[in-house]
Design a protein. Structure first.
Length: 230
């Protein structure tokens, strides 16, 4: 049997034992019962997942199990073999957007790095019918999103991931930011580091060098969440 499936099965069994609940209780928490069907997962699906017979569980299924068990979604992703231990810990420190609950969220545009450089003008006047959107719970009215390009922020951020940017959030040392230096044509996504009066834009991928900012840098916004690409 696949080790990924074994890992998830072992995780689910351990949590069920830890919480002293049954398979049926997991099913009930998902919204189903024997008399009134219609839960998010069938009872057989729940049994197969716990026994390790369900192959390649969908990410939406893992989200449902996360809510039913009261455990972090990142832990289920790790147990299922989709992410590493390190990625799971990092995901816990950066809130993910739950786009399934749109009642408490609003749409924001996904911009490219050129558009992000001038988001104040682009968002009111420069969006077209091809613009993609995601939902956010951010209360910052100027919030927008950017799709990660390239590999300079791997392993935490991979190409295709969508990061949500809050232009009005306070930026602290170590935060991830969209920034722009004078004379640059477009913004860049880096980790903000400050050593005394010196600002460094740090790529997480060690094959790239730090950008030492020798003049004023324009911090366009702070990364407040990410939606991982699968």
């Amino acid at each position: 049997m696949n080790t990924k499936e074994n890992g998830l099965s072992d995780y689910l069994k351990s949590k069920i034992a830890e919480k002293n609940i049954s398979m049926y209780e997991v099913y009930r928490r998902l919204g189903g019962d024997h008399q009134q069907r219609g839960g998010s997962l069938s009872y057989k699906q729940v049994q197969y997942l716990i026994k390790g017979k369900q192959k390649n569980p969908r990410h939406e299924t893992l989200k449902l199990l996360s809510r039913a068990l009261g455990e972090p979604y990142s832990d289920l992703l790790k147990a299922a073999g989709y992410i590493t231990d390190h990625e799971a810990e990092k995901l816990k420190s950066i809130p993910s957007i739950d786009i399934s609950n749109t009642l408490k969220t609003r749409k924001i545009p996904i911009l490219n790095t050129v558009q992000a450089s001038h988001f104040e003008e682009v968002i009111p006047h420069g969006l077209d019918e091809d613009t993609e959107y995601i939902h956010t719970a951010s209360k910052d009215p100027e919030t927008f999103a950017v799709r990660v390009q390239g590999d300079c922020m791997e392993p935490e951020f991979r190409e295709g991931d969508i990061i949500t940017i809050s232009p009005n959030s306070v930026v602290n040392n170590g935060d991830y930011v969209i920034a722009m230096r004078p004379g640059d044509a477009e913004a860049t996504f880096k980790q903000y580091k400050k050593y005394g009066d010196q600002v460094v834009l740090h790529p997480l991928n060690p094959k790239y060098d730090d950008i030492i900012v020798r003049s004023e840098v324009n911090i366009i916004g702070r990364v407040i969440s990410k939606t991982k690409a699968y």
